[in-house]
Ligand binder design. Structure first.
Ligand SMILES: C[S@@+](CC[C@H](N)C(=O)[O-])C[C@H]1O[C@@H](n2cnc3c(N)ncnc32)[C@H](O)[C@@H]1O
Length: 313
C-alpha cells in the first residue's frame, strides 16, 4: 500500500480540531511538531513527560502531519480535510497560515517517519506500550508491557479509541476468557487480552498488511500460543462463543455486525466497541440495544466514544 503525507502549518489553537478532522478522515499516525504542545497534551492525557528533541521541530507555527492511504478516494479525502480546516474559521478558530502540503511516501519512509515521535507511554493502570526500538525498564513490578511495531498497520496503541479499549479490557477480561478482536490492526488489543490472562484470543482484520503486522507483534510479545490472527471480514463465518468481543472500528462498520456479535457473545459476556465519534454515539447505542445488548458504560476521550455493552444472562 502507498501512503501520502499531509502536512498542515497552523496554530496551537487549531491543533486539536485539525487532528480530529484528520482522524475522522481515516488518517494514521497524526503527529504534532511542536514540543511544548505535545508535552502538554501527553501530560494532560497520561501524566507522562515525553522526551523530545527540539531540533526536530520548526520554530514558526505548528506542523500537524498525518498519513493517508493512496486510493481512489485520496483526492476527495484531501479536499474534505481542506474544507474542514477552512470551516474552523467560522468557529472563530485561528488556523494561521494554513499551508497544506501533500507528498507521497514509500512504505519504508512511512513506517519509519513517525518513529522519532513515538516513545513508551503508560496508557492505563496496568499497561505501558513500548515501541520495539526503545529500551524500557518497567517502573512497577506489576506493569504489563506491550511491545509494538505498528509498521504499516493502525496503530501505535496510543490513539484515544485504542486507549479506551485497553482500559475496558483491563477491567473486563478475566483469567481463562475467550476474546475475539475484530479489526485487530497492529494486534494491540489481542496482545493486551492475552497479557490479561485470556486463554484464547482470535484476531481478525480485512487488511493483509494488518494481519502480517499483528502476527509479528503477537510473536514479539510471546503470546502466539494464545492469539491467532486471520484475515476475515468482520465476524463473517466466525463460530464459537466468546466471553468478550472487542472492535475498534468506525461506527458505520460496527453497525453492520452488532447482531453477529450478539450471537457470538456468551450470556453475561461483553461487546466493547470504539472508533465512534460523538455524533455517531446514539446510532451505535441504538443498534447495540436493538441487537439485545444492555449498555453498561459509555467512555469518552477527546471526541471519541467507546461503548461497553453486556449480553443479559
Ligand atoms: C481503527 S483500526 C483499530 C486497530 C486496533 N484494533 C487498535 O485498537 O488500535 C481498525 C482496523 O479495522 C480493520 N477493518 C476495517 N474494516 C474491517 C472489516 N470489514 N473486517 C475486518 N477488519 C476491518 C482495519 O484494517 C484496521 O486495521
Amino acid at each position: 500500500m502507498k501512503w501520502s503525507e499531509i502536512s498542515i502549518l497552523t496554530t496551537n489553537e487549531a491543533i486539536e480540531p485539525i487532528s480530529n478532522i484528520l482522524h475522522e478522515s481515516g488518517a494514521s499516525g497524526v503527529v504534532i511538531e511542536d514540543p511544548a504542545e505535545l508535552v502538554k497534551e501527553r501530560e494532560d492525557m497520561f501524566g507522562e513527560i515525553y522526551q523530545l528533541n527540539p531540533d526536530d521541530y520548526p520554530t514558526d507555527g505548528v506542523m500537524v502531519k498525518a498519513y493517508l492511504p493512496v486510493n481512489s478516494f485520496l483526492g476527495e479525502t484531501v479536499d474534505e480535510i481542506k474544507q474542514g480546516i477552512t470551516n474552523l474559521v467560522t468557529y472563530d478558530i485561528d488556523i494561521g497560515e494554513n499551508k497544506v502540503e501533500i507528498s507521497e511516501v514509500n512504505e519504508e519512509e512511512w513506517a519509519t517517519a513517525w518513529k522519532k515521535y513515538y516513545h513508551p507511554v503508560k496508557i492505563s493502570d496496568k499497561f505501558t506500550i513500548v515501541p520495539t526500538w526503545e529500551d524500557y525498564t518497567p517502573v512497577h513490578s506489576d506493569e504489563l508491557i506491550i511491545e509494538l511495531d505498528p509498521g504499516m498497520a493502525f496503530g501505535t496503541g496510543t490513539h484515544p479509541t485504542t486507549v479506551m479499549c485497553i482500559q475496558a479490557l483491563e477491567r473486563i477480561v478475566k483469567e481463562h476468557d475467550t476474546v475475539i478482536d475484530v479489526g485487530t490492526g497492529s494486534g494491540v488489543l489481542s496482545i493486551a487480552s492475552a497479557l490479561l490472562a485470556a486463554d484464547q484470543v482470535r484476531a481478525y482484520d480485512l487488511d493483509e498488511v494488518a494481519v502480517r503486522s499483528a502476527r509479528l507483534n503477537v510473536k514479539l510479545n510471546k503470546v502466539q500460543d494464545t492469539v491467532s490472527v486471520d484475515a476475515n471480514n468482520l465476524l463473517n463465518g466466525v463460530t464459537g462463543q466468546a466471553d468478550v468481543i472487542v472492535a475498534n472500528i468506525l461506527a458505520e462498520i460496527i453497525l453492520r455486525f452488532t447482531e453477529d456479535a450478539y450471537e457470538l457473545v456468551k450470556p453475561g459476556g461483553y461487546f466493547i466497541t470504539s472508533g465512534i465519534i460523538q455524533p455517531k454515539k446514539q446510532e451505535v447505542r441504538d443498534s447495540l440495544e436493538a441487537a439485545g445488548f444492555q449498555i453498561e458504560e459509555i467512555m469518552v476521550m477527546e471526541d471519541w466514544v467507546a461503548i461497553i455493552a453486556v449480553k443479559p444472562e
